[in-house]
Ligand binder design. Structure first.
Ligand SMILES: C[S@@+](CC[C@H](N)C(=O)[O-])C[C@H]1O[C@@H](n2cnc3c(N)ncnc32)[C@H](O)[C@@H]1O
Length: 335
């Protein structure tokens, strides 16, 4: 590779950083919403509508145009580029990625990692900010949208089992996004949500209550490692959290024990690339960024084949993987 080519590749990273910060600022100040509603709109029009400085608005619009999230018109006005409204604003869409820009710009990803680089000090969820937990809930929301019910319906026999009622446990339920989807999609289920973080569970309680599901959802404050049930659940689900187990062997054994015979374990997670080439892809590079936070809380994202080996070694049957997107796979098996 020639120096010029290497410099181009290197500087594309700086351009990606500019785009990330530009998108995050736009989300933070509601600029995408204003443009979606009123566009095409000039930067002066945006300045007036959003109550922001006119020079700053023009700088932001030009950078957002450069990043490809805005289209320019001959009149000098801007509108959202195709699909951007769905991708960055529509939290109910399975294609939603807006939350990722908020996640990546929180101090929990790079700043705190860098601060702790020498000391190697780790933290846990109860030492993260409410903004962080909300941003993770949004990013995890798109995974939940794809997982329930579309992803589950691709696991042979799982949707039938959930549709016929019974009891389901969601491990590491966080702020309750998955519980509400499960309760809404499968109306005869009794649900238990378990999480080790008290603040997240409090947010889950409000979300479950707001969805009118309080009668059917029990919330338990506990580590996954302390799960102690036998032949109790028709299915156990988990979204973006299995890699966070403090003792994954112990948790997997406890999950197997807690399932009724034939009960499903459905693990929705980031599939960390297995190969060096995979790490150089766009999804691989994004997941490598998420690994900074995972290291801070003392774990790492895992590959789908790691999970399949794990499930096999604990006696799960008919194990398999459903690849939903390059950053989302369901690994599964039943007792
Ligand atoms: C990435 S968040 C995902 C939350 C939720 N599943 C979602 O999709 O929004 C990880 C969650 O796992 C919980 N968690 C991590 N390790 C845990 C453990 N060992 N036991 C119980 N909860 C845990 C955290 O408190 C946090 O709420």
């Amino acid at each position: 590779m020639e120096p010029k080519e290497q410099a181009g590749a290197l500087l594309a990273n700086a351009a990606g950083y500019v785009a990330t910060r530009t998108i995050e600022i736009g989300l933070d100040h509601g600029l995408f919403e204003v443009i979606a509603e009123r566009g095409p709109i000039t930067s002066d029009g945006l300045s007036e509508a959003a109550g922001i400085d006119a020079l700053y608005a023009s700088v932001w619009c030009r950078a957002a145009y450069g990043a490809g999230v805005l289209e320019g018109h001959d009149s000098g006005a801007y509108s959202l580029a195709p699909h951007i409204e769905m991708l960055v604003l529509d939290k109910t869409s399975p294609a939603y990625v807006g939350g990722l820009f908020k996640v990546l710009t929180q101090p929990e990803v790079f700043d705190r990692f860098s601060d702790n680089f020498e000391s190697g000090e780790r933290i846990w969820w109860d030492q993260t900010s409410q903004e962080w937990i909300a941003a993770v809930g949004e990013t995890g929301g798109a995974h939940n949208t794809r997982f329930i019910p579309g992803g589950i319906s691709q696991v042979p026999g799982a949707a039938e089992r959930l549709s016929s009622g019974g009891k389901v446990l969601e491990l590491a339920c966080g702020t309750g996004v998955g519980l509400v989807r499960l309760g809404t999609e499968y109306t005869d289920l009794e649900l238990v949500g378990l999480d080790g973080d008290a603040y997240s569970l409090q947010a889950a309680r409000s979300r479950v209550d707001d969805a009118g599901l309080s009668e059917r959802v029990e919330l338990v404050h506990s580590g996954m490692e302390d799960l102690d049930a036998e032949d109790e659940f028709d299915a156990i689900t988990i979204n973006l959290s299995m890699h966070e187990c403090r003792d994954i062997e112990k948790v997997t054994a406890a999950i197997y024990r807690a399932l009724k015979p034939g009960g499903f374990f459905l693990n929705s997670d980031f599939p960390f690339p297995e190969s060096a080439e995979g790490i150089r892809t766009v999804p691989g590079r994004i997941m490598s960024g998420i690994q900074f936070f995972e290291a801070l809380i003392d774990d790492q994202l895992l590959s789908s084949s790691y999970y399949l080996d794990l499930f096999k070694s604990h006696g799960f049957e008919d194990i398999g993987v459903v690849d939903l997107t390059p950053v989302h796979a369901i690994t599964y098996g039943h007792k």
